[in-house]
Design a protein around this ligand. Sequence first.
Ligand code: GRF
Length: 202
Amino acid sequence: MLTVAVLISGAGSNLRALLDAADDPDYPARIVAVGADREADGLAHAEAYGIPTFMVPYAGFDSREAWGTELDEQLRVWRPDLVVLSGLMRLLPPAVVEAWAPRIVNTHPAYLPEFPGAHGVRDALAAGATQTGASVILVDDGVDSGPILAQERVPVLPGDDEHHLHERIKPVERRLLIDVVRRVATGDLDLVAASASASRTL
Ligand code: GRF
């Protein structure tokens, strides 16, 4: 059974979908802890499932590195096989990526490498894109630059604003994330190989 820790910053609707999937006894992964970098509303989803939560408030530290050190210590308590960033609106410091890669995946509401960064949905709209997408990637030291594990196109419709487009993307993100975690758990997706193949192509 693959153990998973999830890190969030916001509403955690993608986390909720993963919690619901993992609640199925046939799903080969279970979430052992949910952490946040602030008082994220999404922590309530973990609490509803009786899953331990932790909060490492970014605002409480003098530097990203100091915050990362505490976050790393919290993660080590739970010793997860996989760390999932699901709406964590914070770049992990290199030391944390080094400690956990390639066992860290992230979801992003765009068809990477298109529109990386904190405003992927807004940027797609601003660019006048007629389609965007959702991606699940391995986390590396860059900004949404890791090897792509799964992605799918999502149409941009006339009249879309950021909220409506994001709400159309999220269900796709959730489905891709649930499937990637399942494939890691069953060994169908080898993150070490995925990471190595990416470094070879660089
Ligand atoms: C998701 O689209 C995620 O990819 C992005 O922010 C959104 C988080 O949504 N980084 P939620 O907190 O899971 O509802």
